[in-house]
Write a protein that binds this ligand. Structure first.
Ligand code: ZN
Length: 320
């Protein structure tokens, strides 16, 4: 990931703010509990006293002190838990709640970058935070077959289940998807569903419309994008899932065709999954990109083809 120190610091400040908020919210929760259950605080004080007494006893040579303290604390804690439950508080009400429970919003696990930090860096590098808003609206939970005819529903169910399977098996099975179909059949929606599910599993996802991908690549190659070309390309080759949406809408030239081949080839060697969606037919794809490119896509990609009418037109009509 190509971030300057300043950008990295900015991300880490958001992590610090998250931890601060978790601490603050936990303090606030504690205050509420103390107000609602005075006995809760009394028990808390008893635990502190017990710990201090036991420490003193242990120093005096009482070998049983520690084990009897542990038993005492267990008993008192159980009482506290019961009090919480009796007063209608959730068992985890007093716990610090993190955005990422895996790294407790530190960004690191055992000195290694947590998946959430990797994804935050990708978001920052590619300015993709807008995708998150879209993914809140377009995901498997909001996917609906309302606008399809009965016959189309049957076709779509098969395609949706393949998309679900791709997301469910992600990380255990290497798979690529080529989504074919006319404008308005819901390809981008399906792509977003998979992106959201894979992101939620903690994998790194980079999303590009084909126009932006090749624009980014050509800017780097031709040196208009200060430094960093090798590193950006590295992300595109190595992220867990690369999505190229709307392949065929870019201006094709020999540069684009060879870059596409490099990306597909390199990711395949690394067994990193790619989803490509396109409005083009097989024949059109074949004509546009070089022969070797296309046969590769065909050989290693699971082809899904929602062969139905334009939903957007139908939805507009329904709204009128
Ligand atoms: Zn994390």
């Amino acid at each position: 990931m190509t971030l300057s120190q300043m950008q990295y610091d900015e991300i880490m400040r958001t992590y610090e703010a998250r931890r601060e908020k978790a601490r603050h919210d936990a303090e606030e929760a504690k205050r509420k509990v103390r107000l609602a259950i005075p006995e809760y605080e009394q028990i808390e004080n008893m635990i502190t006293d017990l710990a201090m007494e036991s420490a003193a006893k242990a120093l005096d040579g009482d070998t049983q002190a520690v084990s009897s303290m542990k038993a005492g604390i267990r008993e008192l804690t159980a009482k506290q838990e019961k009090l919480l439950a009796d007063n209608g508080f959730a068992p985890d009400f007093l716990e610090e709640k993190y955005v990422c429970a895996d790294c407790k919003d530190t960004g690191y696990i055992d000195g290694q970058k947590c998946h959430c930090l990797k994804q935050a860096m990708i978001r920052y590098t590619y300015r993709q935070s807008n995708i998150e808003e879209i993914l809140k609206r377009e995901n498997f939970d909001t996917l609906s077959l309302d606008h399809y005819t009965d016959a189309e529903c049957e076709k779509m169910k098969g395609i949706i289940s393949s998309c679900r399977k791709f997301a469910d098996d992600f990380g255990q099975r290497y798979e690529n998807i080529l989504l074919l179909g006319n404008v308005g059949v819901g390809k981008t929606f399906l792509t977003n569903c998979m992106a959201k599910a894979v992101l939620d599993k903690g994998y790194s996802v980079i999303y590009f419309t084909s126009i932006r991908l090749f624009d980014t690549l050509s800017r780097e190659v031709f040196g208009h994008d200060e430094g960093s070309s090798a590193a950006n390309l590295h992300d595109i080759f190595t992220c867990d899932l690369l999505i190229i949406d709307d392949l065929g809408t870019e201006n094709v030239n020999s540069f684009v065709a060879s870059r596409l081949f490099d990306i597909i080839n390199e990711r395949d060697l690394r067994r990193r999954s790619t989803i490509i969606s396109t409005n083009l037919s097989f024949e059109e794809l074949d004509g546009r990109y070089s022969e070797r490119n296309f046969s590769r896509i065909f050989a290693n990609y699971h082809v899904l083809h929602p062969d139905i009418g334009d939903l957007r037109v139908r939805m507009r009509r329904a709204a009128q």
